[in-house]
Write a protein that binds this ligand. Sequence first.
Ligand code: CUO
Length: 687
Amino acid sequence: DRPCKTLLTGRDNVEFDIPSEMLIARYKPIKDDIQKKTKHPNRKTVKVKSIVPPPDLSEVEKIKRNESFSLFNPTHRERAHKLIRYLMSISDSESFFAACIYYRDRLNTQLYIYAISVAILHRKDTKSVTLPCNVKVFPQFYLNNEDFAKIQEEITVIPETKRKPILVQLRPTANDLDIEHRVAYWREDIGFNLHHWHWHLVYTTGSTQADIKVVKKDRRGELFYYMHQQMIARYNFERLSNQLARVRRRNNFEEPIVEGYYPKIRDLSTNRDFPSRQPFSFWKDVHREIASDGTVVEVNHVYRWRDVIMNAISDKQLLHENGSYISLDSEKGIDYLGDVVESSILSINPKRYGDLHNAGHELTGYIHDPEYKYLEDVGVMGNNATSARDPLFYLWHAYIDDIFVAHKESLAPYTKEELEFSGITVEKITVKVDGGQDNILCTYFQQDETEISNGLENCKRGFVKVRFIHLQHVPFTYHIQVNNKGAKRNGTVRIFMAPRKDERGEEFTLRQQRRLFIELDRFVYTLQNGSTLIKRHSKESSVTIPYDQLFSPDKKENENNDYYCKCGWPDYLLIPKGTTQGLPADLFVMVSDAEKDFVPDTNSQTFCEKKECKSASEYCGLRDKKYPDKRAMGYPFDRLPDTSLISVPKLKEFRAPYKNMKAKKVVIKFDPEVREMPNEDDEKLLV
Ligand code: CUO
């Protein structure tokens, strides 16, 4: 997993005994000299099985080690999946391990890491294998170049035990002359970008039908829609917290892109900075046939794919490549549509519906050099680890979300029967904030640390930590008083929150607000006859994973982390920032009938192999299991409500007929004082 070193030099505590015939030509004659140089007395030796000759993967090797790599590029995708297919086909663990070693020094680093990660995630014999957090593999994708200069200085000059954590600047890519910069703390947050990277690792698109084994997952297409819909909803909540309007949708493909972006991070493979995009750039046809990435995508393609998809939504059916029609119904329609729009190999007719969402990433990723005149590589939008840093990401995904909304709005509203839970009344909601006032959520910025030496070029120089700033909230507990007129039964408690007022300070209509509801938690609770007080702590949220699980904070890799379990919204970003005066929000609670919501064999306790690992099923699903909720994702806000008799319905009118729903007005208050970590114990922190 070291991007810079040959595995011949070993890891911190292990040395690989690699058969000479498996080494690349440069290392073969000098194997002993290399190992003598890096010899460490306490290292355990791991013998590597010889797998020579391995299958011919010269096609994969065509992406050179010093080239950029983009999963949005179909050729790159195909080459990565060629390796994945081989890694998945190996029958025994020893040979799989040997293959990972063999290709380490031969293939493009990003392609290699992606491929072995997907294989480890999907092979049965590697379920308990620990892989490092991506910020420890590719720290360059998450940390500013200037910070790297400081890190290099620290590890070169300062002895390991005397090192201090390197302070990473908050919001380093621009200043407030660019209004979009107000939400850079969120777009460029390390944990948020880790979540997005892990999500795409779990929900890989595949390249051909041969990849079905690693792509097919329960409601995959629907989850593509829902996870990204929630990203946009959360981004808009964050924007309204910073006096910014909700994000524009990029629905006019000729329009200049007002938002510039200067990422100031480095592409590890090319050793160059990721290219920047000037404000007012245009999408241009990408014809990079002469570049090794060979990308070709035209703006016209996007128009064509948009039109056939929108026509299918109007017709309420998709044309399968075998000539049959598939109904875009209320149950499965969104799942088909998600795979079509993204698109993944599960798209039922890629020739007709194309590659719409991926094409937007590519047109933007190559906007600075669409014809390869300047020998430039792909920008941040071309990489899943970095794309969500760019303001344009949200314009594009807001548009993609519009397509899904067009489908959802074509469905009949939920009926009374689908929304009610007879005999159940949500009587009272109180948010008890630790050490604070009821119903006033408190946010602030705080410092945290993570160790990253594994991903540094000179990784033999010992450990080094970075200290960075992220948003945080004061923990809280929901107290939800529920009355059950019937016998003991289970209810699914669904908790959402949305900003109450629009950019003008007026209350949102339900049609607007339903797209802004962020899911905070969903869980099943047993309701006794009579009154039940449900107490649920914010840390238990089934949307999030804790900091330690995401970052594996110890200096050696934490052994309690399953890779899949790293998919999850960072706990510290559960609550949007709010404002110093207090941002009004609606907290909405619905209790639905758990019997109707039930999906067998989805007990999330058993999902993560180790009990220390928490699952975050709302946005990430469950490993090897079905999605643990039978309802449409986003229910009950995913469809237009049946409030046809009311001219401009608001949340109040929507929930009024249903006793199993209730809303509480809450306030999100932001404290501008950054909670710093103590400095005096810095040396101790490194031990
Ligand atoms: Cu996650 Cu466009 O799908 O980045």
